[in-house]
Structure formats: C-alpha cells, structure tokens
Ligand binder design. Structure first.
Ligand code: C2E
Ligand code: MG
Ligand code: MG
Length: 401
C-alpha cells in the first residue's frame, strides 16, 4: 500500500467495474495523484480509514451495496474528502445522488456520466471547494454553531453587529452594480458568527426588530464608496417578521435621509417563509415600501416557500435565484433548465433577475447567454468588510478561451 505523505493528493475509487476503476487511477496518476481502487465497499472503508484519501470517486451501482448507502456512511463518518459520483444510470439519477451527497454535508465536486473523458475527470478533481478557501478580505467564520439569546442581547446592547458587503455585477458587461449587505457578529478572536446562526434566534426571541435596525444603520453608515458612486445600489435582507412592525418603513425613510441615500438605491431582500400567512397584511406592508421608492427582491427563489403565486401577486421588482441552482450550473442539466426558465419568467414579468452563488466562469458566461441581469458570488468577490469593499477595484471579466 502507498504510504500517504503530507500535502499529497490521494484518490480512492470504489467501482465494481475494475477496468473503469483502473483507468480512472491511471488518469489521476498522470496528474500527480496517488491512486487506489477497490470493488468492495468494506475494503473501501478500511482503506478510507487507513489511507485518508483527499479525493473519492464512488460508483452508484455496486455488487454488494448501492452507492447511496456508501454516501450515507461517508457522511456519518464526517468524511472531508472531495467526492465525485459516477454512474452509467443517466443524468436524473446522478443528479438525485448529487443532491443527497450535498444535503448530507459531503464535499461534492460533481458527477460524471459513464463513459467520460479524462478532461471531464480532471475538471472535477481540480475543483477546490471555495467555501473552504480563504477569501479576499474575508474574515474567518467562527466555529461556534449555537449562541444563546443572552449573548445576542448583550451584542445588541453593545451595538457590536456589523455588516460585510458582497459586490454584484451586471451580467451584460461585468460592471459593478451594487453590494449586498450581510449581517456579521464579530468575536473577540477576530472570527465572525454568520447570520444563519443568529437570525432565526433573533426572530424567535423577538430581537429581530432591534437587530434589523442596528444592521441597517451600520450598513448605511459604513457603505463603501459613499457619495462617490451614486449609481451603486445596496441590498439589505429583511425578515418577514419585520413586516409586522408598522413603524419600520417610516424609520427606514428617516435613516435614508440621515445617511444621504435615496430609497431608490435600496433593495430590500425578502425570503418567503411559512410565516407569510397574512397575504393582505403582507401586500399592504410591501406596497408601502414600494410607494416610498424602495426596491423589493424575492430572495432565494426556487427553494422554501417562494411560489409563482406570491411572485405574481406581490409588488416585487427583483427576483433572486437561489444559489443552489447557480452553484451547480456547470454540472447539472436540470439546474440549467430551471435557471433558464426562471430568468425567462422574471424578464417576462418585468423583474430584475439576479443570480447568487456564482462560483465559476462557466456559470457567469451561461448567465450572460441566457440574459440574466446581475450576478453575485464567490467567483466575482466574497463578502468583505467595509475597507476591503471600498478598495475593491471591480471584476475583470476574462472570457474563456
Ligand atoms: P442570502 O440573503 O441569500 O445571502 C447570500 C448568502 O450566500 C450569504 O451568506 C453569502 O455569503 C453567500 N454567498 C454569496 N456568494 C456565494 C457563493 O458563490 N457560494 C456560496 N456557497 N455562498 C455564497 P451569509 O452572509 O452567511 O448569509 C446567509 C443568510 O443570512 C442570507 O442569505 C440572508 O438570508 C440572511 N441574512 C444575512 N444578513 C441578514 C440581515 O441583516 N437580516 C436578515 N433578516 N437576514 C440576513
Ligand atoms: Mg439576500
Ligand atoms: Mg439568497
């Protein structure tokens, strides 16, 4: 058995078609991988423990088990290797398996339909999961996954929440169009607690009204290029719970005046949830924002509770396609079809269509081709603090050759 060394790329293949497995190993070895293969799932797990591969290829059809069981077991073991799923069973089954792997928290690079070429394989092996890469001006994310209401109250009392700013660009010409402002909770050690950890808590504990006001105040006061680029728009996230606060639209108008920004440069991003059970109240609240000149965006479209009915009935001016579909554009025919249909739908309703979660050039060029209006994602820039966002020089769109 090959002895693993630090920094070495190690590929372990599980496939009961020995000739396919051996070919994959030869292809990988030609690109400096150490590679092993086996057709037996038990042997695979033994090698996994002993050899700690950096990359894994799993076939869905195995003699002794199916590939889904293997993916499950990898997730239970907390496997950190980059996973590639292969199969001769066709696109839809592969896409379902990919979803299962991703939703189980595996580090999935993508899927390959047999037969595939060496370049297909090498493209997936080359994928580094961007979420684990240090980003431009991106502070480390805190490992802390739970926080208490008491800690959040203390953070609000000391006004310690801030925002990071993530650029958005036009898909037509790459021009910088604005920033999304994302809540951050800085910790003593310099790390940041991400909003997924504390927004739900704030909603449950009745703290979201204070939190939203502090976050908006920070974002507007510290917005990058203040005064210099009057055409940049700023997107802020709004919890549906905020909509029950009748004083909020007026408060926000006053804040815009204080920070010298027109409401027409503010986009309020709303994620639909099950709590949107009062359609008339919702319609009234949202219309009030629109009358005051704010833009309204339906966030994470395509997942959760967003529906076509809500889209048509409520006064949204923008549709933001969920990153789940955008991240997988280069690998999933299904995602390409969904995104193409959603862009067409948004345009025909006269909405500005934004794609978030753009992680590669392929996705960006696809979005331009289907005439999506704007793009946001790690490939363009990560969320950055105020000073990094101010220094951001824009996106240089180098066409694929
Ligand atoms: P969102 O509004 O959909 O924001 C986009 C999220 O996607 C951000 O995560 C951003 O960092 C991440 N993202 C951007 N580009 C990429 C990419 O290329 N790949 C991947 N994998 N992710 C990307 P973040 O900052 O952790 O925010 C998570 C969610 O928390 C937001 O989702 C939003 O729903 C909520 N949130 C953030 N700030 C606020 C706030 O001030 N108020 C409320 N109510 N919710 C907020
Ligand atoms: Mg958002
Ligand atoms: Mg979103």
């Amino acid at each position: 058995m090959t002895i693993a060394t630090q920094g070495e790329l190690r590929l372990l293949v599980l496939d009961d078609e020995n000739d396919v497995a051996a070919t994959i190993c030869i292809m990988a070895e030609a690109s400096s991988y150490a590679a092993q293969h086996t057709d037996d799932a038990n042997d695979f797990f033994k090698r996994l423990a002993a050899w700690a591969p950096t990359h894994i290829v799993v076939d869905l059809q195995l003699a002794d088990r199916d590939g889904i069981e293997v993916l499950h077991q990898l997730a239970i073991l907390g496997c950190m290797a980059t996973v590639i799923i292969i199969s001769g069973l066709g696109g839809r089954i592969l896409e379902s398996a990919a979803r299962i792997a991703a939703e189980n928290g595996l580090n999935l690079a993508g899927t390959l339909s047999k037969p595939f070429s060496r370049s297909d394989l090498m493209r997936l092996l080359a994928i580094n999961q961007p979420a684990s890469l240090p980003g431009q001006g991106h502070s480390p994310t805190s490992q802390q996954s739970t926080v208490s209401a008491k800690q959040l109250v203390a953070a609000l009392q000391s006004k310690s929440l801030t925002t990071h700013f993530q650029p958005k660009i036009s898909c037509l010409n790459g021009q910088h169009s604005g920033f999304e402002c994302l809540a951050r909770w800085p910790q003593q050690d310099g790390s940041m607690i991400p909003p997924d950890v504390f927004i739900n808590l704030a909603e449950r504990e009745g703290l979201i009204h204070e939190l939203t006001r502090q976050v908006y105040d920070y974002a507007l006061a510290h917005r990058p290029r203040k005064g210099k680029a009057a055409n940049l728009k700023f997107a802020l996230n709004l919890s549906p719970v905020n909509l029950v606060d009748e004083t909020f639209p007026r408060w926000l108008m006053a804040k815009c005046a204080e920070h010298d920004i027109s409401p027409s440069r503010i986009i309020l991003e709303l994620t639909e949830t099950a709590s949107m059970d009062n359609p008339l109240g919702l319609l009234e609240n949202l219309t009030q924002f629109r009358i005051r000149g704010f833009h309204l965006s339906i966030d994470d479209f395509g997942v959760g509770f967003s529906s076509l009915v809500q889209l048509a009935r409520l006064p949204f001016s923008e549709l933001k396609i969920d990153r789940m579909f955008i991240k997988s554009l280069s690998q999933s025919e299904e995602s390409r079809k969904i995104v193409t249909a959603v862009v067409g739908l948004g345009s025909s309703l006269g909405l500005n269509v934004v794609a978030e979660g753009v992680e590669d050039l392929w996705a960006l060029e696809f979005l331009r081709k289907i005439e999506c209006d704007e793009a946001q994602g790690y490939f363009i820039a990560r969320p950055m603090d105020e000073s990094a966002a101010t220094q951001w020089t824009g996106f240089e769109w180098k066409e694929a050759t």
